[in-house]
Design a protein around this ligand. Structure first.
Ligand SMILES: NC(=O)c1ccc[n+]([C@@H]2O[C@H](COP(=O)([O-])OP(=O)(O)OC[C@H]3O[C@@H](n4cnc5c(N)ncnc54)[C@H](O)[C@@H]3O)[C@@H](O)[C@H]2O)c1
Length: 348
């Protein structure tokens, strides 16, 4: 079987998660990693922490894998066919554009970049490239969300009347490399980093809101750390999302949604995915994950298939939605800064 030769930039929480998933997938072979931290370059990942999922290991075996300090050296390695960018967000646009220019396939972790302009610069390069590209908005591929979308598209709940998406994370202060998430100019805080997944769900299920109203709180380091957003639609769908890192570290990560439609309701919470018909009994939906238990597994498997010519790199995420999501975030950020003033989304 043909294997895609993969290089991973950034060997922290997401890079090591992608490393394990790529290592277990017969469609890929990891040939290189790059990381700024000397210990991680030796496979010592005891300093790696994340807020959801993933195995916990102290060491990863890097035998036979080339190791670089600088992501640009990995990009210029002719053996690398796919560059998997798991570096901090402020480096995304630079690495993605360089990798695309070097003719590589690019899997770019979310959020694609810090600003709409940087996201557009990446997407401009994507449109000039012949290689595959996607952004790690993995919740589209997450089993319960994927299944709910399938049922929604098949007409199971009719037209959406109201929707609520939630993402609740323990505080992550101190977890990442040099604590980069805690600086606004590096991560955009929880409003961009965490809540982008639910902005993307709003787009996925409900389409493009015309305006947003966001209120929220700010962490002591000056990043948005918890937010509530109302999305305004022409046809009056009532849509909202809440998310953040403001809870204490003792809290367990949780994500959920409810989609109320004209023909029934879908609810995902810690008890699973449920369908509530207008009349009759509630039904627990079998999500049937097979050997791809998380959205990360599904997104990576699909991307490898796309590189191998067996699937579309836009199967879950149309490229246009990457820019639209960034524009919605931009409006939410403005609304948050203006204490909940309603802001019209400037789509470009
Ligand atoms: N899709 C998801 O569910 C999900 C979850 C968590 C994080 N993320 C995203 O993944 C990205 C990485 O986040 P993380 O939690 O893994 O952070 P992290 O701090 O754990 O890892 C980042 C790694 O990048 C390395 N690095 C820094 N500068 C570098 C450079 N110039 N070249 C090479 N390596 C460099 C650091 O040494 C560190 O090991 C972020 O964009 C984040 O938003 C996505």
């Amino acid at each position: 079987m043909k294997q895609v030769k993969v290089g991973i930039i950034g060997f922290g929480f997401m890079g090591t998660t992608h490393f394990r998933i790529h290592s277990a997938n017969p469609k890929s072979k990891i040939v290189a990693i790059a990381d700024a931290d000397e210990d991680k370059r030796k496979g010592d990942i005891r300093k790696v922490h994340g807020n959801i999922g993933g195995d916990v290991n102290d060491f990863l075996d890097l035998t036979g894998i080339k190791v670089y300090e600088d992501g640009m050296d990995l990009i210029n390695d002719p053996e690398v066919e796919e560059v998997d960018i798991c570096a901090p967000t402020y480096l995304h646009a630079k690495f993605a554009i360089a990798a695309l220019k070097a003719g590589k396939h690019v899997l770019l972790e979310k959020p694609a970049a810090l600003t709409v302009e940087d996201v557009q610069a990446v997407m401009d390069q994507v449109s000039k490239s012949k290689t595959c590209f996607t952004v790690g908005l993995c919740v589209r591929a997450w089993p319960e969300y994927r299944k709910a979308f399938e049922l929604f598209k098949a007409g199971k709940i009719g037209k959406i009347r109201s929707a609520l998406f939630k993402r609740f994370s323990p505080n992550i202060d101190g977890d990442a490399w040099k604590n980069w998430f805690m600086t606004d100019a590096n991560s955009g805080g929880a409003l961009l980093d965490l809540h982008m997944h639910d902005i993307d769900q709003v787009l996925y299920f409900c389409g493009k809101p015309k305006a947003v109203t966001t209120i929220g709180t700010w962490y002591k380091t000056g990043i948005p750390d918890h937010s509530f957003t109302l999305y305004h639609f022409e046809d009056g769908q009532a849509v909202a999302a809440e998310g953040g890192w403001s809870a204490p570290r003792t809290v367990v990560f949780d994500m959920s949604f409810q989609l109320v439609g004209t023909e029934g309701t879908l609810v995902f919470n810690s008890t699973g995915l449920w369908f509530y018909p207008v009349e009759g009994a509630a039904e627990k939906i079998d999500v049937n994950v097979g050997d791809l238990p998380t959205g990360w597994h599904v997104e990576i498997d699909n991307f490898l298939s796309a590189v191998l010519g067996e699937s579309s790199d836009q199967k879950y995420l149309p490229h246009a939605d990457v820019v639209a999501g960034a524009c919605i975030h931009e409006a939410e950020r403005k609304s948050l800064e203006n204490k909940g003033e309603t802001v019209v989304v400037n789509y470009r």
